[in-house]
Design a protein around this ligand. Sequence first.
Ligand code: ZN
Length: 321
Amino acid sequence: MRNVLTASLLIAALTAVPSTAAPRVKVMLLDGEQGGPYHAWQETTPYLKKMLDQAGIFDVQVVTAPPAGGDFSAFKPKWQDYNVVVANYDVPDERWSDELKASFEQYMREGGGLVSVHAADNAFPKWKAYNQMIGIGGWRGRDETSGPLWYYKDGKLVSDSTPGRAGSHGARQAFKIVNRVTDHPITKGLPAEWMHVPDELYATLRGPGENMTVLATAFSVESNRGTGRDEPILMVLNVGKGRVFHTTLGHDLAALNCVGFIATYQRGVEWAATGQVTQRVPADFPTAEQSSTRADFVPPAGWVSPGGAPRPRVIKVPAKK
Ligand code: ZN
């Protein structure tokens, strides 16, 4: 009897799941609306999901909010079932009820996670708590009443209360990202500088900027309708017990296909969820001189950036006499 008991205990011990196995990170990928067809969430969400699936540590569920004019009465996401909410979502203030906003604020205060991708920092211009979460944002009527401008000057983050509209970018071009904080879990081990693929370089962003650390910046060149300043690109923030990772990169499918975007996004989602990053820096990470893409994320044949085609120009040829 004792031998049987010992044997069964031994088997139980051998088959037990090791206590060191980390639970998978539960991710809600929120979409359903954007500011215009140029932010085609129906095609970017599958890419954003695939990147997380490939990391092998996330369980991702896509949650699609009702469209503009839709019925929100049954839209009550169970935020607390997720470690982190990834927002591929940009809507005006009135889209969500005060009750829905309050439920998300509570989730974040109590230790939730938020990742703001590209135009998610255009959303909810007058929702105070949301702007505290993202730190800075642009468009949808934001101006000096939304907060100062934030940018890097002489190697330091500064705020600038010069009045004016918030949110601008030039034509999509490749640009270099400069990591300003290299000992944060998200940026640790990354090259100090790396080339991003053609994308919108967001500039003149404004907001409260409380508890915000700018991890990386990029120089906005004046020759491309830029500011001539080092603009914030990757940010982390703390909101109550919650954590936020904010990336302004990722306008369209072509912009998402950058190993620099993919890796900082995968790492940022893990950090916002757990406060740690266990993922290794990939060997194909871009360098200061050379951007890097992946065959898995090449846009389909014939794809064009939605709304990105140049407007036909009407050229008036003066009649010859
Ligand atoms: Zn965009």
